[in-house]
Write a protein that binds this ligand. Structure first.
Ligand code: PEP
Length: 251
């Protein structure tokens, strides 16, 4: 099976509405000729409808950075899958390490969020990755196994055909420190096998596995040459349209 690469930008808590629209419009213009890579940007919630309108009819896909697993209810400050869908969202990032670290997200809530997203036809991007301490202690694979297994436990593989997995070593996010090619290759192969044993062979084949952690124009080509790397989740370097375009147009 051939998997179309996905280059996804996580804008985190950056950009007001007008700033997000401006960057999205520039990106859409600069990437109008890109057909071999899916491009996604995930602005803040309040920017979603504005950006959705700005990129309508372009090659840019829209993502959100989180969602709540309930469809509606008394959950002040939260956003449901239905609300995202109605705002024009296609992808949703789930279990980003910053959400696990600062907002106490657990594998259990991640599991429910994936279920809620898939039920509404949103494409979940499940983020996994070990901390520095976990790698130093030799627990990288144990950590990833738990995050993937618990995050996807009990899901019908039929509902995971649009699943995206993002391997983001926590020590590489926003630090300028990228995992080496051997480390990335080893983990991505492990994750592909894990999907096969924990979910299904079909899921293992269809899931795009992205690398994330200080991806920039200077290292993207080398990362994309690695077996089982199907794209990238980009934070800081996705905020500028020119820089992100140079990542999308890697060679
Ligand atoms: C991220 O936030 O998902 C990320 C990978 O950030 P950065 O590219 O800035 O390391």
């Amino acid at each position: 099976m051939t998997r179309k690469p996905l280059i996804a930008g996580n804008w985190k808590m950056f950009k007001t509405g007008p700033e997000a629209v401006d960057t999205a419009v520039h990106l859409a213009e600069d990437c109008a000729d890109v057909t071999d890579v899916d491009i996604m940007i995930a602005p803040a919630y309040v920017c979603l409808p504005l950006v959705a309108a700005a990129i309508a009819g372009t090659r840019i896909h829209l993502g959100a950075q989180n969602l709540h697993f309930e469809n509606q209810g008394a959950f002040t400050g939260e956003i449901s899958a239905d609300m995202l869908k109605t705002a024009g969202v296609e992808y949703v990032i789930i279990g980003h390490s910053e959400r696990r670290q600062y907002f106490f997200e657990t594998d259990d809530t991640v599991n429910k969020k994936i279920k809620a997203a898939a039920a509404k036809g949103l494409k979940p991007i499940l983020c996994v990755g070990e901390t520095d301490a976990q790698r130093e202690a030799g627990n990288t694979f144990l950590t990833l196994d738990k995050q993937v297994s618990d995050g996807l436990k009990g899901h019908d593989p039929k509902h995971l055909k649009d699943l995206v997995l993002a391997y983001e070593p926590v020590w590489a996010i926003g630090t300028g420190q990228t995992a080496g090619p051997d480390q990335v290759a080893e983990v991505h192969e492990y994750l592909r096998n894990l999907l096969e044993t924990r979910v299904s062979p079909d899921t293992a084949q269809s899931t795009r596995i992205l690398y994330g952690g200080s991806v920039k124009p200077e290292n993207i080509a080398e990362l994309m040459r690695i077996n089982d790397v199907d794209g990238a989740l980009v934070g800081g370097a996705s905020l500028d349209a020119n820089t992100f375009t140079n990542i999308v147009k890697y060679d």
